[in-house]
Structures are given as structure tokens and as C-alpha cells.
Write a protein that binds this ligand. Structure first.
Ligand SMILES: [Zn+2]
Length: 305
């Protein structure tokens, strides 16, 4: 029988919502202005694409981190606030870009941009003329430019929303005492050798006996299983156990590549079960295993929201 796994309660706290909105709008004002300015002055398309991605991700990060600090346990709510904040930030970016673009035009004042009618007529006009060109060719204009602008908006809004969702879905919250638990930490590393398959499959079901029976991997093993735990450091009532198989491969360039398969995703365990695993880990450390990879901590994206 598989143990119950952790998932967010879905709670949206008023202070978390407020924090996310304030940080998202204030941050959006600053980041949007910087973004609009960078897009205006920088001539390299590569840099612009990178700036667009970074802008979206930064907005998602900002909203997710502040809302999690405000104890929001609802990834959809976080994603929705991130979408709103990113849309605001992107609009600020547009205004700054337009203000810079029109700077040298006689009789033009930046405040005109606050009139929606003027704003949209101006954007349509700029689109028709083409504000920039690629390598001295004809200016990019018309439907092709609309498509680029659309793609840009999609990257900013999609990047912010997606990143915020994934960040918000991560982590374990202790409902009894109302705090976030520690991040996942690697407690043990186990062999994934074929001869232990039956035991390993039992371990993947959350069987602590099986986990204790599995030996540590050999130093040369490119495949092994990490046992990760997250705990409430305050009341000790909420603890989770995750089992992640790690496979190292060497790619065509001779670089090490690592892929992970989650076999047990944040199963809820008792304080006693956690302590039992810790005792086992301590005993194994004393036996002096030569596997030197166990200092590493990994972040596992928790798909369950
Ligand atoms: Zn707690």
C-alpha cells in the first residue's frame, strides 16, 4: 500500500495575496521600466530575447516568493497574481519604450501615452512604419511585427505564470503549526544495482524495512537512489519522504548529464519514522561509506498542487 502523499491545502491567506499584489505591482513598475529601456537601447536581438525571458521569469519569481512568504498554499492563485503582475509590468515596459521612441519627436509629451486612444493609434502607426530592422534590411512591420510583439507578450506572461506556478507548487507546509517545512534534503543514498530490484521496488512503496536493507551504492555507480526528507522544524508533525532515482550519463560532448525519476513523491511520514531513517543514516555514515555525493541537496519540483 502506498502511503499518503503531501499536497498543498489550497489555502490563500489575505496577507499572502496582498504581499503578492504589492510586490508584483511595485516590482512590475521597476522591472517593466528597466525592460522597456533595455529593449529600446540594446541593438542585439539575442540580448533582447534573453531580456524578455529573464523579465518574465523574474516577475514569476517575485510573486511566487512573496506569496509563499505570506503562506499561500495554492499554486493557481499564485499563477493568477503572477499573470496580472506580468501584464502590468509588460504595459509599463511598453510605455517606457514608446516614451523613449518618441523622445525626439517635436511637440510630443510622454503624458499623451496615458490616453488609450492616442496610445493605440500610435502603436498601430509605429507598426505600419516599422520601428527597427534586422541587418540593414527593410524595417520589420505589419503582421510580422504584430506576431513578434505577440510572441514577446506570450514569453513574458507565460514565463511569469509558469515559473510562479512551479515555484508555488514546490515545498511542504505544516498545517498544524502554519509554517513551511525545511526544503528536501538528501538523507541517504541507496544502491540501484539490479540484484536489489525486489527490495528497491518495496522501498519505492515507502517500505522503511526495504530502505534499510538497501546498501549504499558503489563509488563508481552511475545510477543510485536518493532518499530525501523535508521536515517541520517547529512541531515535527509534518514530515515527508521522497525517493528519487538518479542516472548519470556522458553525452556526446563528454559532459556528465543527470536525469532524475521520482518514485515516491513527498509521502507523509511520522516523526518516529523520520527518526528511524535518521538513525539508519547515522549508522551508515559511521560504517564509512565511500560515496561522496551525499552532501548534495536536490530540489524536486512537486507536481501536486
Ligand atoms: Zn509544524
Amino acid at each position: 500500500m502506498r502511503p499518503r502523499t503531501y499536497s498543498h491545502s489550497g489555502v490563500v491567506t489575505p496577507q499572502g495575496l496582498l504581499l503578492g499584489l504589492v510586490a508584483g505591482l511595485a516590482g512590475g513598475l521597476v522591472l517593466g521600466a528597466v525592460y522597456g529601456f533595455v529593449i529600446f537601447i540594446n541593438p542585439f536581438i539575442y540580448v533582447s530575447v534573453l531580456a524578455t525571458v529573464a523579465f518574465g521569469v523574474a516577475m514569476g519569481f517575485l510573486v511566487a516568493k512573496t506569496m509563499k512568504a505570506g503562506k499561500v498554499r495554492n499554486a493557481f492563485a499564485v499563477a493568477a497574481v503572477a499573470l496580472l503582475a506580468a501584464a502590468f509590468a509588460h504595459a509599463v515596459g511598453w510605455l517606457v519604450w514608446l516614451a523613449k521612441f518618441m523622445e525626439d519627436v517635436e511637440d510630443f509629451e510622454a503624458v499623451y501615452l496615458l490616453d488609450p486612444e492616442v496610445l493605440f493609434l500610435l502603436i498601430a502607426e509605429i507598426n505600419e512604419l516599422g520601428p527597427w530592422s534586422i541587418r540593414n534590411s527593410e524595417p520589420v512591420s505589419g503582421w510580422f511585427l504584430w506576431a513578434i510583439w505577440g510572441l514577446e507578450a506570450l514569453i513574458v506572461l507565460g514565463g511569469a505564470t509558469g515559473y510562479a506556478y512551479l515555484t508555488a507548487a514546490e515545498g511542504v507546509f505544516c498545517e498544524p503549526c502554519g509554517r513551511w517545512c525545511s526544503d528536501d534534503q538528501v538523507l541517504l543514498v541507496l544502491s540501484a544495482a539490479p540484484e536489489h530490484e525486489t527490495t528497491r521496488l518495496k522501498a519505492f512503496e515507502g517500505d522503511l524495512d526495504a530502505i534499510e536493507q538497501l546498501p549504499p551504492p558503489e563509488a563508481a555507480d552511475s545510477r543510485y537512489v536518493t532518499v530525501k526528507v523535508a521536515r517541520c522544524e517547529h512541531c515535527g508533525k509534518t514530515n515527508t519522504l521522497s525517493l528519487v532515482e538518479v542516472q548519470h550519463t556522458v553525452n556526446s560532448k563528454g559532459e556528465d548529464e543527470q536525469s532524475e525519476t521520482v518514485h515516491l513523491d513527498h509521502a507523509l511520514i511520522s516523526k518516529e519514522q523520520l527518526e528511524r531513517l535518521e538513525r539508519h543514516a547515522a549508522a551508515q555514515m559511521e560504517e564509512g561509506d565511500d560515496f561522496d555525493d551525499d552532501e548534495e541537496t536536490f530540489e524536486v519540483a512537486d507536481g501536486a498542487a
